[in-house]
Every structure is written in structure tokens, then in C-alpha cells.
Design a protein around this ligand. Structure first.
Ligand code: PLP
Length: 395
């Protein structure tokens, strides 16, 4: 269904296709200019809208998944298994087995996965291979930049306690070659130093591999955020380390962006249904919610635009959502023109960890439109009771 902006059913997400294409092309060009054998794998968890993951497939982007349902979704929309990278601490054993059998890029996370594969060695093809996720004390190299801080990170095989080398030996002795390493770390800063340190650590561990085929740097890069490192700077930082370690040019560099591609192309449109003055505050009530744009309800300073052009200036207006949570307040604006009932407010940069984390709380999933030039196409219809009730048994 093709629509115009003024007719969009609210609340809804809007995906601006030209911005998405711009982000993807920018990232692709920056990395392939410096390392021809770069493969982008889109992180499904960041935004798992089926239309979007299918679009990524059509752009020859691989799927980066971390669970059996995500692996199934990738296959459902048509990814060949060897274009899927599977990570994560809980892949589900049938999925793990199938992924190795069918040639997906499989990054193991724990010794239980290794024991499982060794026990199933007779079921694997002769050329089966795996990768390992590394765990190391990134915080000691980049103080105050990591999310766990002084606590150890929980993913992958630790370098400092020797687990990574134990894991390599266990697999290689039993004839399952370790051909890749994975270094994703979610960090607070996404700095160039983080990527330099991860790449360096991957290259150090790679010295122990006999047949290195890929290094997977992971995601958590900034996208087109003003003042952040550019895609070119990320690429230069990573590739300089690969070159310093004399990594062969045929080794594939995998990157797993999520937010860098998808945060900025999405916005969220909601409509004002009431206003109220209480103790000097003008409350503005909408059919949207913080649950759809910051599902963990952390305070965020959103960029926004409005359709209305009131004349009177109001000292303070607080824009709020449909839930009955007091904290469901997503804009707090001073000295702005008055917001009216019926006016629409568009919140920008809402693509990362929003649709995939939004709950079915009070209202259900909203519509999603894709903006192509100046028209809008519905790619997910909002959920109603029919969708909510599916797979339920009432008595
Ligand atoms: C293994 C892995 N790869 C990639 C990503 C994508 O991260 P981002 O959306 O910050 O780019 C994540 C996010 O948690 C992840 O866990």
C-alpha cells in the first residue's frame, strides 16, 4: 500500500530507504577500499524487521544471528546457510549442528559447544570448520570504555587464563580446524582505540591457528553520528593492525554492524490526543510511547520534528506516552510553541534496539512504513487482538 506522509496510521515507525542505502554504501566503500575481502554481516538483533533483513540479503549483506529463531528467520527470507554468521552463548544444539554441517560461519562460545561438536564429529562433513569468540580484558587496555567495566566480560574463550588455546587444541587435535576468530565487544565509547585493541588481540591469537580464514571484528561502531569516528577511520584503524601483523590479504575481514546502519534511518511518528496543565507543566499526551523508542526506559535526548506551528510560547511542555508508567515521558521542551491536539511529532534516530526490544505492553506492535522518495509503503501492519491471540489457548 503506497501512502503519503499525512495519511500514515500512527503510531508508526518510518524507515528512510535513502538514508539506509547511504549508510550501507558508506560502510562498504570505506572498508573494501582498504581491505578488499571485507564481508558485512548485519546484526539481526539490532532490528529484526523481516522486510529489513530481507532487504539486507538482497544487498549481498550476510546475516549475523545469535539464536535458533534468528537463524530460522534468516533462512526463511532466503539467506543461503553459508551467508549466515552465527554467534552467541545459546545457539540451540540442533541449530549449531546444522550450521556447521551447512557451512555457516560458526563462532563457538563455550566448551560445551566444543564437546557437542566433538561428540557429533561423525555427522560433520570432512571439511567442517569453526571459529572461536575470544574473551579478554579489554577494560585494562581501554579504561572506562567497556560495559562490564572492572567485571569480566562473559562471552567467548578467555585469553588470559589460557582457555582460548585449550579450545583451539581440543578442536584441532580431533580434526575440526579453527579457521576464524570473533572479537565483538559492546562498549560505551565505540572508540577507535577499542577497535585497534580488539584487532590486535585477534591477530595475536591468530598466530596459533594453522589455517586462518577470517577475523570477525564484531559490531558496535558509530554510524553517521556527528563528531563520531567515520567509517573510514574505523577501517583505517582495523586494517593498519591487520597489516602490522602481516595478515594475508585473502583472510576475510567480517564486520557485524547493527546500530551503525540502522539507527539513523528510522524515525517514529506519533499523534497528540490530549493536553493538560498541572502545576506549571503542560503535559502533552500521545498515542506513542517511550516503550517503542527507548524500550529500556533510559532517558534519551531525542531529536524531533513537529507538524504543528503554534504561535504561543509555552515555558515547559512534557510529551508523554500511552502507557500508565509515570516515566513514559520522552520530550521535555522549554520555551517552544504550543503543541496542539491532532499534531504529529516525529522522533528521529529510532532504529536500533527499538523494534526488536519493544514489548506487547498495553498496546501492540505499531505499523512500519518504508519511505521511498516521497511515498510511504506499509511493510508491517500493526498488531491487533488477532495477532496477539495467535497460538494461545483460551480454555
Ligand atoms: C555478536 C554481536 N555482533 C554485533 C552486534 C551489533 O552491535 P551494534 O548494533 O552495536 O552494531 C552485537 C550487539 O550486541 C553483538 O552481540
Amino acid at each position: 500500500m503506497i501512502m503519503q506522509y499525512q495519511d500514515l496510521h500512527t503510531p508508526c515507525y518510518i524507515l528512510d530507504l535513502s538514508k539506509l542505502l547511504n549508510n550501507l554504501n558508506g560502510l562498504k566503500q570505506a572498508f573494501t577500499a582498504q581491505w578488499v575481502n571485507t564481508q558485512i554481516s548485519y546484526s539481526f538483533k539490532t532490528n529484526n524487521l523481516p522486510w529489513l533483513v530481507n532487504w539486507m540479503r538482497k544487498q549481498r549483506v550476510y546475516a549475523e544471528v545469535v539464536s535458533a529463531p534468528e537463524y530460522d528467520l534468516a533462512r526463511y527470507v532466503g539467506y543461503p546457510e553459508n551467508n549466515i554468521v552465527i554467534n552467541g552463548p545459546y545457539k540451540g544444539y540442533p541449530t549449531l549442528l546444522e550450521a556447521v554441517q551447512k557451512g555457516s560461519v560458526v563462532n563457538l562460545d563455550n566448551f560445551e559447544e566444543i564437546a557437542f561438536l566433538l561428540a557429533h564429529k561423525p555427522d560433520l562433513p570432512v571439511n567442517a570448520s569453526v571459529g572461536l569468540r575470544i574473551n579478554f580484558d579489554l577494560e585494562s587496555y581501554c579504561p572506562d570504555e567497556t560495559i562490564p567495566g572492572k567485571e569480566p566480560g562473559r562471552f567467548g574463550f578467555n585469553v588470559e587464563n589460557g582457555d582460548i588455546h585449550k579450545a583451539i587444541s581440543l578442536l584441532e587435535e580431533k580434526g575440526i580446524p579453527v579457521v576464524g576468530l570473533h572479537g565483538h565487544h559492546s562498549t560505551k565509547t565505540k572508540s577507535l582505540k577499542i577497535f585497534q585493541t580488539i584487532t590486535r588481540q585477534l591477530c595475536e591469537v591468530a598466530k596459533s591457528l594453522n589455517n586462518l580464514q577470517y577475523l570477525d571484528i564484531g559490531g558496535c561502531l558509530f554510524g553517521d553520528k556527528p563528531g563520531a569516528p567515520s567509517f573510514d577511520e574505523y577501517a583505517t584503524t582495523i586494517v593498519n593492525e591487520l597489516k602490522a601483523y602481516h595478515i594475508r590479504e585473502d583472510v576475510r575481514l567480517i564486520i557485524e554492524p547493527g546500530a551503525a546502519l540502522i539507527a539513523s534511518p528510522f524515525s517514529y511518528l506519533c499523534e497528540v490526543n490530549a493536553v493538560k496543565d498541572i502545576a506549571g507543566v503542560r503535559f502533552v499526551y500521545t498515542n506513542g510511547s517511550m516503550k517503542h523508542i527507548a524500550p529500556q526506559m533510559n532517558p534519551v535526548k531525542f531529536c524531533y520534528s513537529r507538524t504543528g506551528k503554534g504561535e504561543k510560547t509555552i515555558p515547559r511542555q512534557v510529551v508523554t506516552g500511552f502507557t500508565c508508567i509515570e516515566k513514559d515521558r520522552f520530550l521535555d521542551v522549554a520555551d517552544e510553541t504550543e503543541v496542539f491536539v491532532g499534531e504529529k511529532i516525529e522522533i528521529k534516530n529510532t532504529g536500533a534496539y527499538t523494534l526488536s526490544l519493544a514489548p506487547l505492553f498495553i498496546e501492540y506492535f505499531p505499523d512500519v512504513y518504508v519511505k521511498e522518495v516521497e511515498s510511504y509503503r506499509l511493510v508491517r501492519e500493526h498488531w491487533g487482538t488477532q495477532q496477539f491471540i495467535q497460538n494461545n489457548i483460551l480454555d
